[in-house]
Design a protein around this ligand. Structure first.
Ligand code: FES
Ligand code: FES
Length: 170
């Protein structure tokens, strides 16, 4: 990491792996990680909602951990591997959770989508057949102002059912 002067403001060079690609950008050392992802790296899937860790809109996976990226400074992610919901699709195909959210129309504005999808993915990795209560508990750290949550719960159920049909490797 190095610090340089640009247009009278001080920036810090930040290198990380973002959605499978090594990337470098000059960021304001005061930037939150979500701000740097959006403004400096141009990845807009994580949204800025509350910026206090309450809504989940900024969620991404950082070094394997589901992370509210408004709660970290960007510079703390030097060398990290970050996956946003933009990086979940493979060869242009949505992953099973994303596809279920699409099919169940489980979003409107999409602000909550990153948090909901990562929460659902984490739940299904641990529990392939969750109850409605399990699902509501798993997504409870994320706020949706649009859907009333019913379609989101349906989407997670659909994703779970489809995932159980996928033959397991090994
Ligand atoms: S913007 Fe990060 S939790 Fe709301
Ligand atoms: S779809 Fe708008 S906040 Fe959830």
């Amino acid at each position: 990491m190095s610090t340089t002067e640009h247009d009278h403001s001080t920036t810090t060079r930040l290198s990380l792996n973002l959605d499978g690609t090594d990337r470098t950008a000059d960021v304001d050392p005061r930037s939150l990680l979500v701000e740097a992802l959006r403004d400096d790296f141009g990845v807009t899937a994580p949204k800025i909602g509350c910026a206090t860790g309450d809504c989940g809109a900024c969620t991404s996976r950082v070094d394997g951990q589901i992370t509210k990226t408004c709660l970290r400074l960007a510079v703390s992610a030097e060398g990290s591997q970050i996956v946003t919901t933009q990086g979940l699709a493979e060869d242009g195909e949505l992953d099973v959770v994303q596809q279920a959210f699409w099919d169940e129309q489980a979003f409107q504005c999409g602000f909550c989508l990153s948090g909901m999808i990562f929460a659902a993915s984490e739940l299904l990795a641990e529990n392939p057949d969750p109850s409605e209560q399990d699902i509501r508990w798993a997504i409870s750290g994320n706020l949706c102002r649009c859907t009333g949550y019913e379609a989101i719960v349906a989407a997670v159920r659909t994703a779970a059912a489809r995932q159980r049909e996928i033959p397991q490797r090994g």
